[in-house]
Design a protein around this ligand. Structure first.
Ligand code: F6P
Length: 350
């Protein structure tokens, strides 16, 4: 029987199980077996870790957050073990062949799909499905996971308004987004944050403090600032951000900018300031209807591409249509916020 290997890599996000279910059901319609690879790329290193996925296995998983296949940030081209870094991607290629898989569907963000792209250049039949709460992948209008995450962040901002108002405080809410501010800008706009700080536009600490003070002086009792975890102060600023730890893809492990900003604002303005890091709350739990349906449509399209033998592609949302694009287009660079969109949002920074 023909077989498809399926893996989820990188940070989890709501909607992964809806995609897994769609892939398994569509594959079964075409007469494929699906071999689920456990723990992302780690499951294709020696010894391989897989489990068969039947239509019965995926019944009623569409509303469950996370991924039944588990995930990791393992990078087969740069594996870190006992302080050593090694290239083990040939194990992935060998194991895929030994598993007798005709194709691999990789569900992931920039890093996972970057590995998928490299493998496709080595002759592996790969299809990518774009996933990430960060919405930072090129060549698709939206990734699944983003909608759920911004709704969680928006609800959090709504709640923070009332407590910040009551205590007449400055409140800084830190939202995920390492290199891009999609989540922070969308949740900030939806939740009516008074100021939104994103990685694409370095902030000036003196201007942020002036903004806070201006609001206070004009009788607005409290200020709510949404800041992306990857936001950075302008070059040459006396306020600096320390980042030390890195994951297997070389990304800094973030979290903490809001705390530093809160301290700085309190020191400079004398106004009582608190911070909240939403962190992994934004990635957990039930996917929204939008993410479930987008995931389902991506899963179906991915299996259709396998059936057509159209490899090295990523499924993508363009307006309302599900299309396919070269994997290379998706991973070339991150999709950042167009400056014009940020300029438009400034209408609400008051
Ligand atoms: O999946 C992307 C992301 O959510 C980033 O926004 C965030 O910086 C990172 O994952 C956190 O990763 P981890 O779960 O490895 O701490």
């Amino acid at each position: 029987m023909r077989r498809i290997a399926l893996l989820t890599g990188g940070g989890d996000c709501p909607g992964l199980n809806a995609v897994i279910r769609a892939v398994v059901l569509k594959a079964s319609e075409f007469g494929y077996e699906v071999e689920g690879v456990l723990r992302g790329w780690k499951g294709l290193l020696d010894p391989p870790q897989t489990r068969p996925l039947t239509p019965e296995d995926v019944e009623n998983i569409h509303f469950i957050g996370g991924t039944i296949l588990l995930t990791s940030r393992a990078n087969p081209y740069s594996c870190k073990e006992h302080g050593e870094v090694s290239d083990r991607h040939s194990e992935v290629i060998r194991n895929l062949r030994e598993l007798n898989c005709d194709a691999l569907i990789a569900i992931g963000g920039q890093d996972t799909l970057g590995v998928a792209y490299k493998l496709s250049r080595e002759g592996i039949n790969v299809i990518g499905i774009p996933k990430t709460i960060d919405n930072d992948l090129q060549a698709t209008d939206y990734t699944f996971g983003f909608d759920t995450a911004i709704n969680i962040a928006t609800e959090s901002i709504d709640r923070l308004h009332t407590t910040a108002y009551s205590h007449e405080r400055v409140l800084i809410v830190e939202i995920m987004g390492r290199h891009v501010g999609w989540m922070t800008l969308f949740a900030g706009l939806a939740g009516g944050a008074h100021l939104v700080l994103i990685p694409e536009v370095p902030f000036n600490i003196a201007e942020v403090c002036e903004f806070v003070q201006r609001r206070k002086q004009s009788g607005k009792g409290y200020t709510l600032i949404a800041i992306a975890e990857g936001a950075v102060p302008e070059k040459g600023s006396t306020f600096s951000v320390k980042r030390v730890e890195r994951d297997e893809f070389g990304h800094p492990v973030l979290g903490g900018i809001s705390e530093m900003l809160a301290k700085e604002i309190e020191e400079r303005t004398g106004l009582e300031t608190r911070n909240v890091i939403l962190g992994h709350l934004q990635r957990g739990g039930t996917p929204s209807a939008f993410d479930r349906v987008l995931g389902i449509r991506f899963g179906i399209k991915a299996v259709e591409l396998v059936e057509q033998g159209n490899f090295g592609r990523m499924v993508s949302l363009r307006a309302t249509q599900i299309v396919d694009v070269p994997l290379s287009d998706a991973v070339r660079k991150l999709k950042t916020i167009p400056l014009q969109l940020y300029e438009e949002a400034k209408l609400f920074f008051r």
